[in-house]
Ligand binder design. Sequence first.
Ligand code: DLL
Length: 435
Amino acid sequence: MGNYFQEEIECASQEQIRAWQNERLVKQVKYVYDNVPYYRTRMQNKGLEPGDIKSIEDLHKLPFLTKDDLRDAYPYGLLARPLSDCVRIQSTSGTTGRRVVAFYTQHDIDLWDECCARAIVAAGGSNEDVVHVCYGYGLFTGGPGLNGGSHKVGSLTLPMSSGNTDRQIQFMTDLGSTILCCTPSYAAYLAESIHEQGVRDKIKLKAGIFGAEAWTEEMRHDIEEALGIKAYDIYGLTEISGPGVSFECSEQTGMHINEDHFIAEIIDPATGEVLPEGEKGELVFTCITKEAFPLLRYRTRDICVLSRKKCSCGRTHVKMTKPLGRSDDMLIVKGVNVFPSQIETVLINQGFAANYQIIVSRQKNNDNIEVQVELTPAMAADDSFNKELATKKLVAGLKSMLGILAEVTLVEPKSITRSEGKAVRVVDKRNLYQG
Ligand code: DLL
C-alpha cells in the first residue's frame, strides 16, 4: 500500500480508536479550557468544568462552535498558543466578509501533512510517484496541504499551483506526473485541454486526488475515462486543518475520517441533537491533537452520513459520504466560497434593491454563475439610465467582491418571482449533491 501506510493506526480496532479518542479528548478539553478564555467562558456559561468531560460519552455536553463564533473571535480569540509558537496562517477560500483564519504550530503542520500523506497513499502513492499539485497555493489550504503530504510520502512533488493550463500539461508530460491533485472541475478542464492538444498518450497519470468542492459520481466517471486514472475524493476544511480530514481509499465508497485526530459527530442541524450512525445530518468535528487552533464541536454545515461498515481496504476509521448538501446558503463556485449576502451587498451598494436571483450552472464541467438583477422602477422609468454601463459596473463590483467572474443580466421590475417564505436566491442547476 505504499511506503507511508500507517497500518497500526489506520487499521486499529474500534476499541483502540475509542481509547485514543477518550484519552485525547479529556486532555484537549482541559488544554483548551486553560488556554482559550473564549472557550472557558462558553463552558462556564454552561456550568461546565474540564473534569465534567470524562470520555467521548460526555462530548455532547460541550457547546457547539460555529463559523459566526470564529468571526466573532477573529483574529486571535480562539488561539490556544502564543503567536511566537505559531508558524503558519491559512484562510478559507471566501474572499470578503466571511474570512476565517486558522493558525498552526509546527506540530500542527506535521499532523496535517500526515493526514494528507495518508490520502496520497490511499490513492496508491509512494516515493516512486510524481505528485502534481495544482490546487492553489497561498492562503488556501489545498496546495500547502497536499504539498506537505507528498513530501511526507517521499514522492517527487510538483508545486504547480492553479492556472496556466498549457504549462500544467507540458510539465505533466515532460516530468511524468503520476498523481494529479486539484479540484474536480479543474481536473475536468485539464482533461478537456489534454484531449484538444492530442497529448493523452503522453500522460502518465494513474490517479487523481480531487476535492474542495462537491462533485458527482458522473463527474468521477467522466474524469476517470478521459484521463485513464482512478479519481479519489478528499475532504477537509480550513477551520479543522485543511484537506485530509478524510479521504477515499480503493473502495471509493466514502471517505475515511482520520479518527486519531478528529472526532466526528452527526447532528440534527435544526435541534443540535446528536443522531445515531447511519442518519443524515450535519457533520461536527472535534480536534483532539491540534495545538494552535483546536476547535471543539465545530459545526461544518456539511450534511452527510457516517458509516462503520467494514471496508475492503482494511482501514477501520469511520467513513463519511460525500457531502450531500450544506445547511447554510454558501455556494462553492469554481472552488471559491460564495455567499448570496456578498452579492446582495454589491447590488445594494450600486443602488439596486435586493431583488435578484443567482443561477449557477455547469457546462463541460466548468461552473458559470449568472446574477439576474431587477431594475428598480425608477431606473426602468429613467430614459437616461444606461443599462450597459450599469451591467459593467455590477460585473466589476462582483469580481472584486467574489474574486470570480459573474455574468449579470438586468431584468424588468417585478419579474423575479417573490416568495412568501424564504426567498429563493439560488438556483443551482449543477445537481452536485446526490442521495
Ligand atoms: O476546501 C480544503 C480542501 C482543499 C479540501 C483541497 C479538499 C481538497 P475550505 O476552503 O475551508 O477548505 O472549504 C471547506 O469545502 O466545508 C465543504 O463544504 C467543501 N468541501 C471540501 N472538500 C469537499 C469534497 C477546503 N471533497 C468546504 N466534496 C467544506 C464536497 C467539499 N465538498
